[in-house]
Design a protein around this ligand. Structure first.
Ligand SMILES: [Zn+2]
Length: 413
């Protein structure tokens, strides 16, 4: 029997054959890849995974691809860094940072793009495209360059300049849209209908989103096949959080781990925190944020497509969602850098800010084995912190000047 059965509507359960579609014709629910886990259980083993490539493709049996993956670009299998300094600062016993800022284009988006690209090639597309808040733009542009495909990238016009450079350098056509991410996403849906393009986060979304599961697979394998007690995941569309949950569930379904009880918590910026808001008020619906106001632009999705699913998972798992202030985001970036030597972008600042709050509020117990997902690199958005760091000590090129300005300070410590 086939490893992949087809696509299935997440809402009504309607089945569809595999294809570049993402919405149910009957109820407009999102489509998801439908696997045959009994079959995968026969194919997969810890040993087989350990003998696989040092990339997301070691989990190929649980990914929706048949061929077309290019493993010459090593995506995923990023370090799980034990973070004892940060743990001490926060009052935790066992904390790890899943450092996804060291992927080929410096964010976790390389994972979803690798899966989407393989699928787009299988479907025979010659043009790929995406709607991006920044990180996806560079991941798609780089992947398109490597694969030799025509590439269109849509970004909000007010995105950080460095994110534009990070995408433009690969030769993709960049379209800057004068509007919010939600407005540009609507535009892209219309464009996707009119052109025969593989829009990674629109018509290829059911496959694309599956790439995020590898962030759960890797953490469990890196913990010697044990599920963590608590994970903290940033929320933009909510897809990443739902897929981390799905990844854990699948490992159990195919017999790679036993029963587990991982609590899943989410992190948003208060300036664009519709899911955090719904969690705090106990709401059953998510009120979209029309005008996001936060430096965490990569998380600034006012109307998150998977927000409700993320909310449900967090509630069911016994986790929590925090909406952190702009000051907490900056402080989170600086804290991670000072304690663990990792420079993350604003989304990582949101995650660390939320982690800190969760510990302070007692929502993460000191003895819980906890994972903080760091999804992007600080070198992408240095402007976010440039006004919040100490200026260098300026000296003349003489020993006297050095003694006067640096020496005195060194002795005083
Ligand atoms: Zn449906």
């Amino acid at each position: 029997m086939a490893r992949i059965k087809g696509l299935k509507c997440k809402e009504c359960g309607e089945l569809y054959p595999l294809g570049p579609i993402h919405v149910c014709e009957y109820c407009f629910g999102p489509l998801e890849v439908d696997y045959n886990y009994a079959e995968i259980k026969n194919l997969i083993s810890r040993e087989k995974i350990a003998g696989g490539p040092s990339s997301i493709w070691r989990y190929r049996d649980l990914l929706p691809v048949e061929r077309g993956e290019d493993d010459s670009v090593k995506v995923g299998f990023t370090p799980l860094q034990r973070a004892d300094n940060l743990a001490r600062a926060l009052g935790l016993r066992e904390l790890y940072v899943k450092n996804d800022s060291v992927n080929p284009t410096y964010s976790f988006k390389d994972r979803v793009v690798a899966v989407a690209l393989a699928k787009a090639k299988e479907f025979g597309f010659d043009t790929i495209a995406c709607a991006s808040t920044g990180n996806l733009a560079s991941a798609v542009a780089a992947a398109g360059a490597k694969a030799g495909l025509k590439t269109y990238v849509f970004l909000p016009a007010d995105v950080e300049k460095s994110k534009i450079v990070n995408a433009a350098i690969y030769g993709a056509t960049l379209v800057a849209v004068d509007g919010t991410y939600d407005e540009l996403n609507r535009l892209c849906s219309e464009v996707a209908d009119r052109f025969h393009w593989a829009f990674f986060n629109i018509n290829i979304r059911p496959y694309y989103a599956e790439g995020s599961k590898t962030l759960a697979f890797e953490v469990v394998e890196q913990l010697q096949w044990q599920a963590p007690d608590h994970v903290v995941v940033p929320i933009a569309s909510g897809s990443l959080l739902t897929k981390v949950a799905k990844g854990l569930r699948e490992l159990q379904q195919v017999g790679l781990i036993a029963n587990y009880q991982t609590r899943i918590s989410g992190a948003q910026a208060a300036g664009c925190g519709p899911v955090a808001e719904a969690f705090a008020t106990g709401a059953e619906i998510i009120h979209p944020v029309r005008k996001p106001q936060t430096i965490a632009k990569s998380l600034a999705i006012g109307n998150p497509a998977d927000g409700l699913y993320a909310l449900e998972i967090v509630r069911q798992s016994g986790g929590s969602i925090e909406g952190v202030t702009e000051e907490e985001i900056i402080e989170g970036i600086k804290l991670l850098a000072r304690t663990e030597g990792i420079f993350t972008e604003t989304a990582g600042g949101v995650t660390i800010g939320a982690l800190k709050r969760l510990v302070e509020k007692g929502k993460i117990a000191p003895d819980e084995r906890t994972i903080a997902y760091i999804t992007g690199n600080g070198l992408k958005t240095p402007e976010a912190v440039v006004d919040h760091i100490a200026a260098p000590l300026l000296v003349k090129p003489t020993v006297e000047s050095f003694d006067e300005i640096v020496g005195k300070q060194a002795l005083a410590v």
